[in-house]
Design a protein around this ligand. Structure first.
Ligand SMILES: Cc1ncc(COP(=O)(O)O)c(C=O)c1O
Length: 474
């Protein structure tokens, strides 16, 4: 056997290094729970400095102790398990799901066809049916897991197009100018999906939002009428549950009723907030979700699963077989067969990660009760932080939070000019980032800069919240 190959697959060394890696991560978990202030939430370095550091590392002699590399990665990465991580929408992974992810990476089953992922394909079916049931859909619902909310939204809209357009664009291309309606506050990936589909600027009708940053659904009829008068064929409305910037939930019942009345496809971008279906306390945020034709939900945002794991659920699973009606005979014998188990017929991906085992591991070990507790806890934290900001004389909210996303800013006494306030808060955020104690982000709302927290860590306490405000004030 060739020397390097033999070394790379040496079972004894793998066992030893693997055990040490788990010890390293378990110690990290212990530290962030018992003594978090001994560790930064983010180890911030400018990109050029980071590049220089890692380039130097790469030039050093090779080494056989994998752990040194793992330690360096851990030390220099964002610590999403840290209670003062309050940044972007990403879960602190449940250890059981991270281990399942490792298992999947090791097994590396490709998933495109059933025989290349018999277990993960089967578990994907079970997971999707479970999620569809929780969302309030009936037995005809189905779907699959895919790689991210961006891809999930595009895939849903491609499916909508195949159902609603008045010609077979997949085969023939061209045709009438198609369009969809979506809140001006929606995630940019919806706009991107429209342009990828070739509908251009005219394909996206941005519905103005109210002061809560929710879609003004009362404007839908007149916008539809106007678009039709201009010769555009509107095929869908996309609801946000919730918006990325402010965590605002559109009125899904109103959009659902409108779509039913007008015969339009109703898609929900629930990348962040559809997870509320698992919380007894917060499920009313997504009331009306079951009216949708398709829903995207990211497990990696709000359901403790490693990135990137997205559910794309359809009210009628049969629709999903139309999206990519393309011949790929080398993979399938019978193109027309509706085989739930040959997933690449319906997903964008051919080869895909074994996503289902990460989700299934949580279901198998803790059940949906873990998600209920988790979603409730982090949403409670967001609401509580909103109250603390509101009660503080030197801070203000952009909008009263509905969930675990909170936009706020520091307004020192006497500072009224918005440019000054923007610069002040920009600098505050930068200082915080460089210090590394907390990780929070920023967003732009109607031309103004706001500090933005997403509380995804169930170990974040009220003391952490007050300490963040005190730190910013100081
Ligand atoms: C509402 C919403 N939709 C879609 C996305 C994109 O999801 P992903 O990063 O999984 O592609 C995001 C990401 O922040 C989001 O907040």
């Amino acid at each position: 056997m060739e020397k390097h190959i033999k070394k790379a697959y040496e079972p004894h060394h793998f066992r030893e290094q693997g055990h040490q890696l788990i010890d390293l991560l378990a110690d990290y978990l212990q530290t962030v729970q018992d003594n978090p202030d001994s560790l930064e939430a983010i180890h911030w370095k400018e990109p050029e400095e980071m590049l220089k550091n890692w380039s130097l590392d790469e030039e050093e002699p090779r080494e056989n102790n994998w752990l040194n590399f793992y330690k360096k990665v851990l030390d220099t990465s964002v610590h999403v398990h840290h209670p003062k991580y309050m940044g972007h929408q990403i879960s602190p992974t449940a250890p059981v799901a991270a281990l399942a992810g490792f298992l999947g990476d090791f097994l590396n089953n490709g998933m495109g066809v059933y025989e290349m992922g018999v277990t993960s394909t089967t578990l994907e079916r079970i997971v999707i049916k479970k999620v569809a049931g929780q969302m309030g859909f009936g037995p005809k619902a189905g779907g699959f897991l895919t790689s991210g909310g961006t891809l999930g939204n595009l895939t849903a809209l491609l499916c909508a197009r195949s159902r609603m357009a008045n010609r077979n664009i997949w085969q023939e291309g061209g045709g009438t100018q198609l369009a969809l309606m979506v809140s001006e506050q929606a995630h940019y990936c919806v706009d991107r999906a429209v342009r990828i589909m070739g509908w251009g600027e005219g394909g996206i009708i941005k519905v103005p939002a109210n002061e809560q940053f929710q879609m003004r659904t009362e404007l839908l009829p007149e916008l539809l009428e106007k678009a039709e008068a201009e010769g555009r064929k509107v095929i869908a409305v996309v609801g946000s549950a919730c918006t990325t910037s402010t965590g605002s939930f559109d009125d899904l019942n109103a959009i659902g009723r409108f779509c039913k009345e007008k015969g339009l496809w109703f898609h929900i971008d629930g990348a962040h907030g559809a997870a509320a279906v698992f919380s007894e306390k917060y499920s009313s945020l997504v009331s009306g979700l079951e009216k949708a034709d398709s829903v995207v939900m990211d497990f990696h945002k709000m359901l403790l699963t490693p990135s990137i794991t997205t559910a794309l659920v359809f009210k009628k699973e049969e629709d999903t077989y139309r999206t990519f009606a393309q011949k790929a005979q080398y993979l399938w014998n019978t193109e027309e067969d509706r085989e739930w188990f040959n997933l690449a017929k319906r997903t964008f991906e051919c080869t895909k990660l074994m996503l289902s085992i990460k989700v299934y591991s949580i279901l198998k070990v803790y059940g949906t009760e873990l998600w209920d507790e988790y979603v409730t806890k982090v949403m409670d934290t967001g609401i509580r932080f909103g109250q603390l900001v509101e009660a503080h004389p030197q801070f203000e909210l952009a909008v009263l939070p509905e969930c675990n996303i909170v936009c706020f800013r520091h307004r020192p006494v006497g500072m009224m000019v918005s440019e000054e306030l923007n610069e002040w808060n920009e600098n505050l955020r930068q200082r915080l980032l460089e210090e590394g104690k907390f990780y929070i982000v920023k967003t732009n709302l109607e031309g103004n800069l706001w500090l933005r927290c997403t509380f995804t860590n169930p170990f974040t306490t009220e003391a952490d919240l007050t300490s963040l405000l005190a730190e910013l004030e100081a």
